[in-house]
Design a protein around this ligand. Sequence first.
Ligand code: GCU
Length: 601
Amino acid sequence: MKPIKSLLIILCISSFTTLFAQEKEFADLLQNIDAREKVSLNGLWDIIVDPLENGYYNHRLQPMDNGYFMNAKMQSPSDLIEYNFDTSDQIMVPGDWNTQMEKLYYYEGTIWYKKDFHYTTKTNELVYLYFEAVNYEAIVYLNGERVGTHTGGYTPFQFEVTDKLKEGNNFVVVKVDNKRKRENVPTVNQDWWNYGGITRSVHLIPTPKTHISDYYVQLAKGSTTNIEGWVAVENGTDGDNVEISIPELRKNVKSVIENGRANFSINAKPTLWEPNNPKLYEVTLKTATDKLTDAIGFRTVATQGSKILLNGKEIFLKGICIHEEAPFKTGRVTSKEECITLLQWAKELGCNYIRLAHYPHSETMVREAEKMGFMIWSEIPVYWTIQFENKDTYANAKNQLTEMISRDKNRAAILMWSVANETPEGEARLNFLSDLADEARHLDNTRLITAALDTQSEGDNGKMIEDPLGKVVDVIGINHYCGWYVDEPQNCASVKWASAYDKPMIMSEVGGGALYGLHGNKNERWTEEYQADVYKNNIEMMRNIEFLSGLSPWILMDFRSSRRPLKRIQEDFNRKGLISEQGMKKQAFYIIRDYYLKENN
Ligand code: GCU
């Protein structure tokens, strides 16, 4: 490769500060942890199941100083200590507890997790304890000291624990509570299993004292030649340099740290990321003490009337909805292999787009999908009827939104942030979701905002989309189960749609249930023939929707839900998958595949 003609551009452009949300507005999360040396705390953890939170509260329900987080041990034979992690059950992390132990299948409440680990501290380093996700509420202790809490089951969080680490033996204890509460996000009813536990990986991440804590590297809104961004340097000294290089584009830029952050702008002509060519560039960020490399794609996304434009060209989103349910073993997805299995099925289906429902999936899922060329809809679990009037509920939802965007803001594959699914019309709801949409646009003005609605009404010209939320979002998602929850399959083909908005519509959910292997007439519920017929007729219906710019049938694979108790058919599974949880493709899989491969290519 010819030597890179280094373009030494020293840019001190204060105007950037207005362009980008301030770094502190993003979640306090190390960006791109996979590029860092990490100590994994995955594996077997000791657990104590504590339905009465006896390890946290005394009999007066006051928090105790000597709770289970102290991991106390008998010092003398007469000592009274009524718990002992070392002789307790063990469970795998990452993973949900419900599918790992029969006795925890239905369990909702507190479980204490404890992990011993050895650590050798180094001078001039900081150490972060990083959780990729814990459902739902986590209180974290290190060596008996409380380091912090987190609420929300699907986004990462970290604590800087340098001063709490000991040389040699350490122990971390996490109180995990997945109790459902009315004020939570999601609230008490959801159509997916409330898998509890430390459901994604846990890491100890050492960094230099002065290190790159966060960054944003994307094409400027509407530009295909201006890569803009910033690099945040923890403990950085104003005036010091940050180097941003993209070797394949022969770009090497230096920028000066100002208020802990270096803004930059690079004129370049990258090959744009798109499903048929998911081009990612190696981008390296370097300071005097730290270096990080990421694989980043560059693309633009916009709407024009009812069209979605990727890199300025109209695109039809051939999608599928996916829950983070593991194929075959079921329970929460815990490995890259399981992510790839789900994505390969979506590829076989002919998809160029996936809706990750109803919560942020793992960073691994997002990165693997990006490598495979899937455009992504990413969503926070503002699901059904949460407490829209409740300020704490809003703060919780906003925090989950901020963490989702913070983690994935450099992923070109993510085209849309979804702020809600099937929420009831109403003023409080509209204000709540409008504020969330504003927050999302403030943090990231390069992507589209969407939400899945089920508020379509019966108009003179068929179904009418006029939900006031349609004004707020850029793309309108519609969940409509013609032939399953409403109407007869054979009537769906003639259903017409109209919209009060000149905006793209995505049929964000459509479909029906079937038990793999159950066959019969197409008017017999739960047979593959019935499900296939639902899809045949809905495809006819969708052909007539001029402003349709994509769809994501509900759903790729059957998934567990405590709302689905029908014996011999559902067995606690929502059966709307095109594939069973054991990987068996139903007839409807091929209906959609043919529609995608033959029609919309
Ligand atoms: C709803 C909802 C999904 C649910 C699906 C169903 O539209 O968004 O979470 O699983 O319908 O009823 O199967």
